[in-house]
Design a protein. Structure first.
Length: 435
């Protein structure tokens, strides 16, 4: 057991100040990633898109994200979170809304790629930003509230998109077009709010007293013990570090499961469910996954243990993906599979993101976290692309679901091996990154 303590007054103050704006940002980020899956049943026929092209479109977002990931994080470290996170939200919201005007395969793929470019760096940027304000012992809980928005986005997008589809024909726009318009504008508004609201570092926060600023510096000092590394040398440091590459490969494998989510509505469509039934069939497992994520993140904090928590959650998710591949003829098996796949996946995700932050210095984090995410997102590009190809080849989604199962399980095993016996770390791992 760890020496877990209740959050201090200043830690609660920071959480209240930051979470109300960072959490909606995370929510909108994932809504704009997955709303394509709810638009697909009517959008694909309208644009002449087959399964392989849809899979490529779902995945090419991550290719754009990946290519601009590290540069985005480096810019954030240089110009500050206030300007850069705000810029990211405004630009991705505008591109997301423009998805409504896709007119065929070429414009569909181009806009999906540009959406990834616009959003590049947002999630690792938020994780990096949180590490400036939150102590190592609190990262699991704090990150769980941020990453909670991933399953909440699945729940919210399912219900909202199902309702928006009923606007079909209003003002001459199809229902799938309204999905992109109405779900693309909120991050633009939030981006302008963040520009006026966020502070780059605790030292810049006028809402903290001088003693509170010193307290935050003390709480985050454990991640600043290694020698300072110039920002220009951070990328070189990350590239030469075997543990960074091990974590990047692990995140790559995990993203084979994360990238398989857009297929859920089409999987359920095989069971002849209505659009409303599909919306609830996706929404409810996401809600359960949200509860599991918070519980698992807090449990991991209290136990001061990450690696076994990651492995257990990954095993649950792998079982769920196998059931998704096996249960195409049974609604009950399919629903159970989706629930287990998402519960385990998001519980894994919240634990995973406590690990890179705690084995990298502040100076190395922008490039290191960016590199982990950059390589990882290649998995989210390949997963739907390969699954779409396999679907057209075999006529079913079974192989793609098994691919997701293998990815999430191998990811946890790799982290368990590489972090338990580090190859080479940027700094000595914090106490909570132990078996």
């Amino acid at each position: 057991m760890s020496d877990f303590e209740a959050p201090t007054v200043v830690e609660r103050k920071i959480a209240r100040r930051l979470l109300w704006i960072l959490m909606p940002g995370m929510l909108f980020a994932f809504m704009d990633r997955i709303n394509i899956s709810f638009a697909a049943p009517t959008m694909n026929p309208a644009l002449g898109i087959d399964a392989a092209t849809f899979g490529l479109g779902a995945g090419i977002f991550f290719l754009g994200y990946m290519l601009f990931e590290v540069p985005s994080n480096m810019v954030l470290a240089r110009v500050g979170a206030r300007y850069w996170i705000s810029r990211i939200m405004i630009s991705w919201g505008l591109v997301a809304a423009l998805m409504a005007f896709a007119a065929g395969t070429t414009s569909f793929l181009s806009l999906r790629f540009l959406l990834g470019v616009a959003e590049a760096g947002f999630i690792p940027g938020v994780m990096l930003y949180a590490s400036y304000w939150v102590s190592a012992k609190r990262l699991g809980s704090f990150n769980s509230w941020l990453l909670l928005m991933v399953p909440i986005a699945g729940f919210t997008t399912a219900l909202i998109s199902g309702a928006i589809l009923k606007l079909d024909g209003v003002l001459g726009f199809a229902g799938w077009q309204w999905i992109f318009i109405l779900e693309g504008l909120p991050p633009v508004i939030l981006g302008f709010i963040a520009l006026a609201y966020l502070d780059d570092r605790p030292a810049d926060a006028g809402w903290l007293t001088e003693s509170e600023k010193r307290r935050i510096e003390a709480l985050t000092a454990s991640r600043k013990e290694a020698s300072h590394v110039p920002v220009k040398a951070a990328l070189s440091l990350a590239v030469r570090n075997p543990l960074v590459w091990a974590l990047a490969l692990a995140y790559f494998l995990m993203n084979f499961a994360l990238g398989a989510q857009p297929w859920f509505p089409l999987l359920l469509g095989q069971l002849k469910l209505s659009s409303t039934e599909i919306a609830f069939a996706v929404a409810i497992p996401n809600l359960l996954a949200a509860v599991a994520m918070v519980f698992w993140g807090k449990r991991s904090d209290r136990r001061g243990e990450r690696l076994n928590h990651l492995l257990i959650a990954a095993a649950v998710s792998a079982l769920g993906w196998v059931l998704c591949g096996y249960g195409s003829a049974s609604a009950g098996v399919m629903l159970a599979g989706i629930a287990l796949a998402l519960i385990g996946l998001f519980a894994s995700l919240v634990v995973f993101w406590t690990i890179p932050i705690n084995v990298m210095t502040v100076e190395a984090r922008p490039a290191g976290i960016g590199l982990v995410t950059c390589v990882g997102l290649l998995g989210s590009f390949l997963s739907p692309t390969i699954t779409g190809y396999l679907k057209d080849l075999s006529g079913n989604f079974t192989a793609g679901m098994y691919l997701a199962a293998a990815g999430i399980l191998l990811s946890a095993i790799l982290v368990r091996i590489s972090v338990a016996k580090p190859l080479l770390v940027v700094q000595k791992p914090a106490a909570d990154v132990t078996a």
